[in-house]
Design a protein around this ligand. Structure first.
Ligand SMILES: NC(=O)c1ccc[n+]([C@@H]2O[C@H](COP(=O)([O-])OP(=O)(O)OC[C@H]3O[C@@H](n4cnc5c(N)ncnc54)[C@H](O)[C@@H]3O)[C@@H](O)[C@H]2O)c1
Length: 382
């Protein structure tokens, strides 16, 4: 499908509107002349003020308060969904039904049942559906995936992954939808744990079974208004996992990990080598190969740059550094290329994101019941 103009609509005008709108404004220039012209047609938010301010600030042509004016609009080809998790399904399914391509923020939904319906709607529509597990597209993570696929570290034995932040460590942080199970579906493990789970599965394949433990640290948070609200999700979760490939490992997530700002990292150990990544040093990947001579062998610090996957449109010199914002450009470029080619198999896919929803759901049930739980088998991540 050749498109000379691609028109975007966005639903949600909160934090993620900043990242996605900036990326939309820049992706065409970074990739010039390879991509079509991008038009930012319409932004919806249930809050009229948020819709109005967001659209003016980020350069959207029009603002509205009903998402259907985006999902059903004739002048929109691609819908970007960046609302609280419990509203993703309704909006995405409506968009697919009305012939739109969809970029949906992670986690796919607030429940496995909703994620399943979204995956079915994506399949039925034959439109492009991509889930923004933004860290997976990162050059250091994609390079790790390529090195594993090329056999550089042999057979994977162990995956140790974590995502720790401390933005919710303060009990005075006001109540928001993230602390409400009905709106979010899960706490730290669904919010940021889904990212490291997605990366672990992209590197080692699907998870077959798991055993988890969770903790709620703060039972109440201030607001809305002068009242306090009961928190109904967990603040931290640790999960022992066994992958379908036979590798084992552990995944941890907490949003109350004092001092750890955006500490997403993994250590993957294979029979012939290892890989290590740390987001707080996100322009580096560490690679150990046991075929190096023992006298001089050790972890190589690979400094990332334009020769690495996804980083091609940016700066010429390796080490000049990419950041979180460029991650969204990488994802959008991947989405737009998929739309141009009609490539409905683009990743992270709705099928893969459904598996992550199953893992999050199984982890919370395991923590609750104190038992090992089998995760439904999947062909995703093959
Ligand atoms: N990939 C990442 O790194 C990353 C980071 C942060 C958030 N997220 C995801 O992005 C999504 C949004 O998170 P956020 O931090 O931007 O939230 P936010 O609270 O800052 O913004 C959400 C916005 O959606 C609006 N909204 C709520 N329901 C709506 C509806 N039905 N229709 C239209 N607008 C509606 C709200 O008024 C609000 O303005 C979540 O799914 C979250 O998990 C992803």
């Amino acid at each position: 499908m050749a498109e000379s103009v691609l028109r975007f609509g966005m639903v949600g005008s909160g934090y993620m509107a900043k990242m996605h709108s900036l990326a939309l404004r820049n992706v065409e220039a970074y990739s010039w002349p390879d991509l079509p012209k991008i038009e930012m047609a319409r932004m919806a938010d249930i809050s009229p003020e948020a819709a109005e301010t967001g659209s003016r600030r980020w350069g959207w042509r029009e603002a509205c308060t009903d998402y259907r004016e985006v999902t059903r609009a004739d002048d929109v080809n691609v819908v970007v969904i960046i609302t609280p998790n419990s509203s993703h399904a309704e909006i995405a399914i409506d968009a697919f039904k009305h012939g739109k391509h969809v970029l949906c923020e992670k986690p796919l939904a607030d429940s496995v049942e909703a994620a399943e319906r979204m995956k079915d709607a994506a399949d039925k529509s034959r439109k492009v559906g991509l889930v923004n597990f933004v860290y997976r597209a990162w050059p250091g993570v994609e390079l790790a995936r390529q090195l594993i696929a090329e056999g550089e570290i042999g057979e994977i034995l162990h995956v140790d992954g974590h995502f720790f932040q401390d933005y919710a460590a303060d009990p005075g942080l006001p109540f928001s939808w993230r602390f409400d199970k009905k709106a979010a579906g899960a706490g730290a493990f669904g919010d940021i744990g889904s990212h490291i789970t997605d990366i672990a599965c992209a590197l080692a394949g699907p998870i077959a079974r798991l055993s988890a433990i969770s903790k709620r640290i703060h039972e109440f948070r201030p607001g809305p208004g002068p009242a306090a609200s009961a928190v109904t999700v967990e603040d931290l979760t640790s999960v022992l996992v066994e992958f379908t490939c036979g590798a084992v490992g552990a995944l941890h997530a907490s949003w109350a990990a004092t001092g750890r700002k955006c500490d997403l990292g993994f250590f993957v150990t294979g029979t012939k080598g290892s890989l290590r990544f740390d987001w707080e040093r996100s322009n580096e990947l560490h690679f150990f190969s046991s075929s190096d001579p023992q006298r001089t062998g050790g972890f190589r610090r690979i400094v990332l740059g334009g020769v690495h996957p996804g980083a091609e449109p940016f700066w010429y010199a390796q080490g000049q550094g990419l950041g979180y914002a460029e991650g969204f450009v990488i994802t959008l470029r991947r989405l737009i290329e998929a739309v141009l080619k009609g490539d409905t198999a683009v990743r992270p896919s709705f099928h893969e994101a459904l598996h992550i929803s199953h893992v999050v759901d199984a982890a919370l049930r395991s923590a609750d019941q104190r038992v090992w739980i089998n995760v439904p088998p999947t062909k995703a991540f093959a």
